[in-house]
Design a protein around this ligand. Structure first.
Ligand SMILES: NC(=O)C1=CN([C@@H]2O[C@H](COP(=O)(O)OP(=O)(O)OC[C@H]3O[C@@H](n4cnc5c(N)ncnc54)[C@H](O)[C@@H]3O)[C@@H](O)[C@H]2O)C=CC1
Ligand SMILES: N[C@@H](CC=O)C(=O)O
Ligand code: NA
Length: 452
């Protein structure tokens, strides 16, 4: 139940504006100002009262953000929004699991102020303690924008599917990575160029390595898994790999084999625990998720009664993300309140995800090998020794193949192998031995295969 702090009046009779203070006026913050002004009448009708901005905080007071901030209180210290008497709800759009964002959200909840945030890092890492704080104060902590931008992912998993026993959740959870890999596949443009474009479009995190190293997707996956399985997932236990290791060759081979490569978040309930992981996957090109391109995200959920569903929409950018923040504000204005993890935070323990040695997948392997007799026999012998059986193999002499060891006539060629399902522990051991073979140059590339 929301206390009077969300407007100071009894439910049903609320007409006074909901006064909000926004910390962070970057892509999302400026987008929120534009949306609340552009859709003022719609928002007020749906919220049951106007939502007005009274105060803001950001790093640079002088920057032109394309929005009029005159008449608003400016705080140089964002944390001051938590105690500003003209602010009913604190909107945190700064980012980061620590620092000023954490301080602001903590202080606001302790002061009995509802909080709306887009900060997945903060919720993924500190969501358990923040949920307890919010519950103790009797105020909502909302974060729809934190997962998959404009897709109502939180609401779907936590509320729409509240009655079911969910068994799987995940999908394409990072717009920047999907944008980069789509552009590399479609136009062969270099990684760095496309990343710069994603940054200019406002898709990337302040430190874009958070995107390309898979951490942002892992934050979102941990949140979704926590909601789906009823307890927060210990973020450090999520297995995370990003897209830096994906070579243009892998995109070409994936196409030749009838797949596309996507950075996926996968959380599954198993009899022996919960898997929570983010890594690139080959998915069959005909699978619906393989068609989700560019900045679009896909959230896939499976439940015992509901079966499988997939939501698709823009996962990053000003408009979609601002829409999600504003929807949370409308919920706060109406007085609706749902516990952070869908159940009481009292005594909630965290889930430790299973280690990668427990994964069980099909694998795509790409080796760079000396093109000489016996190489394939050596590689397949190692796989056989570790109980890994092969489904298919591709070896292409490439026009650009060049000798790598200085010996003319013994050029390197890529060798691609696709395995049947096998335990990752066996695959890790086999790959260690394959990498040590004299005919194998450099580290093998390994990408898991998912049915999509
Ligand atoms: N950009 C996007 O598409 C999406 C972003 N998010 C999340 O929304 C949040 C904001 O992201 P963006 O708007 O993209 O970031 P941004 O980098 O464009 O904007 C951040 C804002 O915070 C301000 N700021 C930074 N440090 C500050 C400090 N110490 N004190 C006061 N203000 C400070 C900056 O001045 C800037 O106005 C992050 O948590 C991000 O993960 C969530 C979904 C999508
Ligand atoms: N950097 C993120 C922004 C949205 O969460 C992404 O690219 O998905
Ligand atoms: Na969302």
């Amino acid at each position: 139940m929301i206390a009077d702090s969300a407007g100071g009046q009894a439910r049903g009779a609320i007409t006074a504006p909901l006064r909000i203070g926004i910390a962070g006026l970057g892509t999302v913050g400026a987008g929120l100002v534009k949306l609340l002004r552009g859709n003022e009448t719609i928002v007020a009708a749906r919220a049951g009262r106007p939502i007005t901005i009274t105060a803001v905080a950001a790093r640079d007071r002088t920057r032109d953000r394309g929005v009029d901030l005159s008449g608003l209180t400016w705080h140089d210290d964002a944390a001051a929004l938590a105690t500003d008497p003209d602010v009913d709800v604190v909107v945190e759009l700064i980012g980061g699991a620590e620092g000023v964002a954490r301080r602001l959200v903590t202080t606001a909840l302790e002061a009995g102020r509802p909080v709306v945030t887009a900060n997945k890092a903060l919720i993924a890492v500190h969501g358990a303690e923040l949920a307890a704080l919010a519950e103790r104060a009797g105020v909502p902590l909302m974060f729809e924008a934190a997962v998959a931008g404009g897709i109502p992912a939180i609401k779907t998993v936590r509320e729409g599917l509240a009655a079911d026993r969910l068994t799987r959740v995940g999908g394409i959870l990072n717009g920047t990575c999907n944008y980069i890999m789509t552009a590399m596949r479609e136009s062969g443009r270099p990684f760095a160029d496309v990343l710069a474009e994603a940054q200019a479009l406002g898709y990337a995190e302040a430190d874009p390595s958070t995107d390309v190293d898979g951490i942002d997707a892992a934050h979102k996956l941990a949140i979704l898994a926590g909601l789906a399985f009823g307890r927060p997932v210990a973020f450090a236990s999520v297995h995370v790999e990003g897209i830096r290791g994906i070579d243009a060759l892998d995109l070409d081979f994936a196409r030749a084999l009838g797949y596309r490569i996507k950075l996926l978040g996968l959380a599954r309930r198993r009899d022996d625990g919960v898997e929570a992981r983010v890594h690139p996957c080959l998915v069959p090109e005909k699978a619906p998720i393989a068609q989700v391109d560019g900045v679009f995200n896909a959230v896939v959920v499976e439940g015992a009664f509901v079966g499988r569903l997939m939501l698709e929409g823009r996962g990053a950018g000003e408009g979609p993300t601002a829409t999600a923040v504003a929807a949370d504000l409308i919920d706060v204005a109406r007085g609706s309140a749902v516990p952070v993890w869908g159940r009481s935070a009292d005594g909630l323990t965290q889930i430790e995800a299973l280690p990668r040695t427990a994964f069980h997948e099909e694998y795509y392997l790409r080796l760079n090998v000396h093109d000489r007799p016996g190489v394939i026999a050596d590689v397949t012998a190692v796989l056989r020794d570790h109980g890994v059986s092969l489904r298919s193999m591709l070896q292409h002499g490439r026009a650009d193949a060049v000798p790598q060891d200085g010996t003319a006539g013994d050029p390197s060629v890529p060798l691609v192998l696709v395995t049947h399902r096998t335990r990752e522990s066996a695959m890790m051991e086999a790959l260690g031995r394959i990498a040590a073979l004299s005919a194998v140059i450099g580290a093998p590339a390994m990408i898991r295969i998912d049915p999509g």
